[in-house]
Ligand binder design. Structure first.
Ligand code: 5AD
Ligand code: SF4
Ligand code: FES
Length: 345
């Protein structure tokens, strides 16, 4: 058994390639520490010790979609909805740039209030602050993606969530896996840096399907991969899960580092929601990015994708200093560059 892990890890470290059965084996075994150490080593060799910070602005929690797992789903009548005006978003981005963030991530539910024109203007204005702009605003048409790219957006995040078609259809009513994959192709074609990822621990998800997800992310290939544990939200129709998928999510993340050693991998907020040291642990198991919240304190508690989100009571300024101190505590430091894929260290 142990020999088997070593031969798989050796193969990963020297070829950055594993077949499905090898990935499955890693997902199943208990000796996670070996996998985490290998991922940390590759992280250090390929993207260095510097950590890239991305300021996350959650500018609207309206969503026309109805994903079963998500608190922002249109069917959730209990949530207090908000949307920021374009100038408010621009002001928040300016503040984040002043706090020395080099990337602004604009995230929202799928909210049609922000027409192509409105969104393009916001992007164009934010680009004046000399930052990279990442969008995380869901499924759009090719023309919309093109308009945002022309307005200056550099990167796009669209998690595939799961590549298991049956599970995808069940969890995402009115949406299709095929269209989501097509969106990712458009994003790639338009020259964005592509970010995708999955949730780990969805009810009905199998280890087998997670192995396929990993292979899919490598096949794109993604420039960024965000892996988060699923967290049950009581105001959604999805069934409650037992236990906690922090460790498995961490392992999926570490395996992605083994297979794609130079991509950007965030230590996700959902990881820290399940473990008070989740982000620092992730940064020592393959991650090299953190996305602190830069949404105004008054709004961020309403962006409740899942309960128990961290940093709810903290100001953007507080989070900026808090994360820097945490990062220093593990002897790592903050990068000064924009942190594009392949221009990392
Ligand atoms: N638990 C954890 N992550 C979730 N997301 C949506 N709902 C949940 C949940 N209940 C993730 C999805 C989405 C991202 C913005 O949040 O992966 O892409
Ligand atoms: Fe909307 Fe995204 Fe939540 Fe689905 S996961 S309901 S698209 S915010
Ligand atoms: Fe927000 Fe620490 S990063 S309180």
């Amino acid at each position: 058994m142990t020999k088997c892990i070593y031969s798989i890890l050796n193969k990963a470290i020297s070829t950055y390639n594993l077949d499905k059965s090898e990935i499955l084996h890693l997902l199943k075994i208990d000796e996670n520490t070996k996998i985490f150490e290998a991922a940390d080593k590759l992280r250090k060799e390929h993207v260095g010790n510097k950590i890239h910070l991305r300021a996350l602005i959650e500018f609207s929690n309206y969503c026309k979609q109805n994903c079963l797992y998500c608190g922002l789903r249109r069917g959730n009548a209990k949530i207090t909805r908000y949307r920021l005006q374009p100038q408010e978003i621009i002001n928040l981005a300016k503040k984040a740039a002043e706090y020395n963030y080099k990337t602004i991530v604009l995230q929202s539910g799928e909210d049609s209030y922000y027409t192509t024109n409105r969104m393009s203007k916001i992007i164009f204005e934010i680009k004046k602050f000399n930052v990279a702009v990442t969008l995380s605003i869901g499924e759009k048409t090719f023309e919309e993606y093109r308009a945002y790219r022309e307005a200056g957006a550099d990167r796009y995040l669209l998690r595939i969530e799961t590549t298991d078609k049956v599970l995808y259809d069940k969890l995402n009513p009115g949406m299709s896996l095929k269209n989501r994959m097509r969106c990712l192709e458009y994003i790639k074609m338009l020259g964005y840096e592509v970010g995708s990822g999955i949730m780990v621990g969805l009810p009905g998800q199998t280890i087998e399907s997670i192995a396929k997800d990993i292979i899919y992310l490598k096949s794109i290939p993604v420039d960024m991969a965000g892996i988060g544990p699923f967290i049950y939200h009581p105001d959604t129709p999805i069934e409650k899960i037992e236990g906690n998928y922090f460790e498995l999510a961490l392992k999926v993340m570490a395996i992605l580092r083994l297979l794609m050693p130079d991509i950007n991998i965030p230590a996700t907020t959902a990881m820290e929601t399940l473990n008070p040291n989740g982000r620092l642990i992730a940064l020592q198991c393959g991650a090299n990015v953190v996305m602190p919240n830069a949404t105004e304190t008054a709004y961020k508690k309403h962006y409740e994708i899942y309960p128990g989100k961290i940093c709810i009571a903290s100001s953007p300024k507080h989070c900026r200093f808090c994360i820097e101190n945490k990062i220093r505590s593990i002897n790592r430091n903050i990068a000064e560059s924009e942190g594009h894929h392949k221009s990392n260290s």
